[in-house]
Design a protein around this ligand. Structure first.
Ligand SMILES: *Cc1c(COP(=O)(O)O)cnc(C)c1O
Length: 239
């Protein structure tokens, strides 16, 4: 059996190759795309190996799992992204280790994140999560706000002490007009991002694309891809 380090190094090299080819195909420079490795359900020892292999951005989606893992890796220079649906009662904990919260999708969360950041004397980067499967005024099946709710949230983040508006995130929808149409979904996200940048020029981060569809995200113009399975392997059970 290959050891874990060899396995992760091989997987990481394959993902890197995919990003390089996708950038080349899109006429983009490799540096325009940041790889975030989604380490959910995998142990802190894997995070440590990934750091040795050069990974600097990791993401988690559950506070219960993420909080001890981040503590165990506190000596490493890593940027921690929180990408899961976030309940307000977990915000205090998440604000202790997350550098960027990518799943901001309601005003209550903005208020809670701002006060938690203040208490911790930290600045939290925030992405508004866009639900491309949600009707006006609703939230998406996998979290996120409908496109017409973005500006209100963005303005709230912008005005909130301790928070920094970094941009937008989406998960390719499983339902609605964009189901199974990742490329179109990510292109729509880019249009929404252009509009957002009209009012908030610094909010230029676009987080889209996972193991199965990172090429579509890079082609559309994503600045960050979030890859779990292709680096760490298939997760057992939910997650
Ligand atoms: C799990 C997860 C990913 C990574 O998905 P893979 O298919 O394993 O690459 C990306 N984004 C979010 C929000 C996730 O929850």
């Amino acid at each position: 059996m290959t050891d874990r380090r060899t396995q992760l190094a091989e997987n990481l090299a394959r993902v890197e190759e995919r990003i390089v080819s996708a950038c080349a195909a899109a006429g983009r420079a490799r540096e325009e795309v940041t790889l975030i490795v989604v380490t959910k359900t995998y142990p802190a020892s894997d995070v440590r190996i990934l750091h040795e292999l050069g990974v600097r951005h990791v993401a988690e989606n559950r506070d219960q799992d993420a909080s001890p893992k981040a503590a165990a890796c506190a000596d490493l220079s890593l940027t921690w992204h929180f990408v899961g649906q976030l309940q307000t009662n977990k915000v205090r904990s998440v604000a202790g280790y997350a550098d960027v919260v990518q799943s901001v999708d309601r005003l209550r969360l903005v208020t809670a994140l701002s006060s938690a950041a203040g208490r911790r004397e930290r600045e939290l980067g925030c992405l508004v999560q866009v639900a491309l499967d949600a009707e006006s005024g609703e939230r998406g099946e996998r979290g996120g706000v409908a496109p017409d709710g973005i500006e209100e949230l963005a303005a709230a983040v912008d005005a909130a002490p301790g928070l920094r508006l970094d941009g937008l995130m989406t998960v390719a929808p499983l339902a609605g007009p964009y189901a199974g149409r990742q490329r179109a979904a990510f292109e729509r996200l880019m249009e929404i991002s252009s509009r957002l940048r009209g009012n908030h020029p610094a909010a230029n981060m676009v987080s889209a694309g996972m193991s199965a569809d990172l090429e579509d995200a890079v082609a559309a113009g994503a600045t960050h891809v979030r890859v779990g399975t292709a680096v760490l392997g298939v997760r057992p059970g939910l997650g």
